[in-house]
Structures are given as C-alpha cells and as structure tokens.
Design a binder for this molecule. Structure first.
Ligand code: C5P
Length: 320
C-alpha cells in the first residue's frame, strides 16, 4: 500500500471585487488569487479500518466532519464507493503552518490536497478539471488551491483563467492568532451595506467579470511589475472588515507607513494582512519593524513569497 505526503500552499488575493448577487445566494466575484510558499503538509495513509480519520497538530483545527479535509475524503468515498471498499479507510494528518480562519484558504488547500492525494492513492486517474469540479462542491476556493499559481477567478471563484506565474514577489504576512473573521459574516455585511451598488442584469454581471481580464492589475502582472501590482491591489471586503476590526486596520496602516513596503492589503475576508516588499532582506527588516511596533505575542508574522504552483507531491512511499 502507498502513502502520500503533499504540500498544500496558502493563497492571498491580489484583487477581490464583489460584482453582484448570484441566484445560488453566493456573490459574483472577480478575483486574482496567488499561491504563496507558506504551506501545510498533508499526509495520507491507508488505514485498516473503513474509517476516515483526521489528525492535526493545531488545537483550533477540528478533526471531525466540520473539517473540510474530512469532507473531501468523504466526498471521494461517496463518489468512488468501489475504490473506497477496495482500499479501505484513510488516515489524514494535517501539519498546520497556515494561520487558521485567516483569509488564506487554509481549510480549502487542505481539502484540495486530500482530493489530489486520494486520486493517486486509489489510482483513479482523474483529470485536473474533474478534481476541480469535485473541489467546487466543497468550497469556492478549492479549485484554485488545486491549480495554484496566479489565476483570475470569476463566478463564485471557481471559474479559473491562469495567468503567467508570478514567482518571487516577497511578502510579509501578519495575523493575530486569536482574531478570526467569519467569511459568511463578511459577505453578508457587505450585502447589507452595498447591495445598492450590485450589478443586477446577467449580461452586465458577465461583462464586469470579464473586464478584470483587461484590467490594470492584470497588465501589471503580465509585465511582472511588482511596483505597479502593489499600486493596483484591491479588496472590496476591506470596506466591512476594517471598520469592524480596528486591530486589522491598525496593522494595515502600520504596514503602509513602513519604509520598504510598496503595497499592502487584507487577504480574502481577513483578518490577515500582507505587505509587498522588494527583497527577502527587506521583508526581514519590515517584519522586525512591525514586531517592534507591536510586541504582542498574539501577532504572528511570516516572511513569505509568491509561488507558481498549487498542490505538490512531497513524497510517495510504498509499492505501486
Ligand atoms: O464557498 P465557501 O464555503 O468557501 O464560501 C464561504 C461563504 O462565503 C459562503 O457561505 C458565502 O457566505 C460567502 N461567499 C459568497 N460568494 C462567493 C464565495 C463565498 O457570498 N462567491
């Protein structure tokens, strides 16, 4: 029997525009998602029982059915009952490094790794688009997490158009450990406050989503121009999260005032905030400056960078 270890990278949003409502209750979005080298490790081992079990080293991560990694394995077991009974249960071990409830797709990337890993474990031979379709039923960010890199995501966030990869943009990332923002809360609050700005007509919705392809940030990405990308960062959810979470606003303002920071933005529904800097050395300096300004141990700081891939196989052990 084989076992797999997979690397599951986090993401940031370089751009997040809320365009309107969808009939399924979600929002029509135009986003630019970017993988970063801050990643979890997912180990998948066949188990002798018929059970799916999740283990995690992080006390805030549930190991029951509320964990998206568990639900990903359950989805595969339901979709491929023959393979499930043939190969038996699965032990999933999550080595958590990505901050939880942070707007970094930590849960989604774990689910993505489980889908990719089980496909290999059970010799299913699914295509990337089949895996992405299964992923979309688990969460809007899961398809992106499978694909990774730099991607324009529209629709619910599941329609992906890859951009040329944007390697080695250096970042500092900050997140208060004890601060969590609920994604449904952020979108609901946005709806309450900004529904009057929503595009209503279906054709206009599609046109607005398409407009991102020719937008200035995409042009800056195609030019691999970090300074221009930094000027064009955008996240509509900041309009509701920053006023409700003063600590996130303070972080955002502190980053913006640091020498060496060329752009800063909240990622997804927050509360993590990232800053773009020009080099790894500069990232270390900015991290130290933030640590000095906010000596609170609850604040986690990471030096990280953009990468060109989603889920990767770290190790395969056992016989094929
Ligand atoms: O798809 P996912 O479960 O990750 O989404 C979490 C929540 O974010 C949804 O329940 C919804 O409230 C909100 N959401 C949205 N529109 C999207 C994606 C997410 O309203 N396109």
């Amino acid at each position: 029997m084989r076992s797999y270890s997979l690397i599951a990278p986090a993401k940031i949003n370089l751009y997040l525009e809320i365009i309107g409502s969808r009939p399924d209750g979600y929002h029509e979005l135009a986003m630019i998602m970017q993988s970063i080298d801050l990643a979890d490790q997912i180990d998948l081992h066949p188990a002798s029982t018929e059970a799916i079990r999740v283990y995690c080293n992080h006390p805030q991560v549930p190991t029951d059915k509320s964990n998206l990694a568990y639900r990903a394995a359950e989805l595969m077991a339901n979709q491929f009952p023959g393979a499930f009974s043939n190969f038996g249960g699965i032990d999933i071990t999550v080595k958590k490094r990505i901050p939880v409830a942070a707007g970094l797709a930590g849960g989604s990337t774990n689910a993505a790794a489980v889908l990719v890993g089980i496909d290999l474990l059970w010799n299913l031979g699914l295509t990337k688009s089949e895996l992405e379709e299964l992923g979309a039923s688990l969460g809007s960010d899961v398809p992106f997490c499978i694909a990774g890199g730099t991607v324009i995501a529209t629709g619910r966030g599941e329609q992906l158009a890859p951009l040329p990869s944007l390697n080695h943009i250096h970042l500092v990332l900050a997140k208060y450990r004890s601060l969590e923002v609920s994604t449904p809360w952020a979108y609901q609050t946005y709806r309450q406050e900004f529904a009057n700005t929503y595009v209503k007509n279906t054709e206009d919705l599609a046109a607005r989503a398409n407009a991102v392809h020719s937008g200035e940030i995409v042009k800056a990405i195609l030019d691999k121009d970090a300074a221009k990308i930094s000027q064009k960062l955008h996240n509509d959810l900041e309009k509701v999260v920053l006023p409700a979470y003063p600590k996130v606003l303070q972080l955002r303002e502190l980053f913006a005032s640091q020498e060496g920071v060329i752009g800063t933005m909240m990622s997804g529904s927050g509360p993590s905030v990232f800053a773009i800097v020009e080099s790894k050395a500069q990232a270390e300096v900015v991290k130290q400056q933030i640590r000095t300004a906010i000596p609170d141990e609850d604040l986690e700081l990471f030096v990280t960078q953009t990468i060109a891939n989603g889920i990767q196989i770290l190790q395969e052990t056992g016989d094929r």
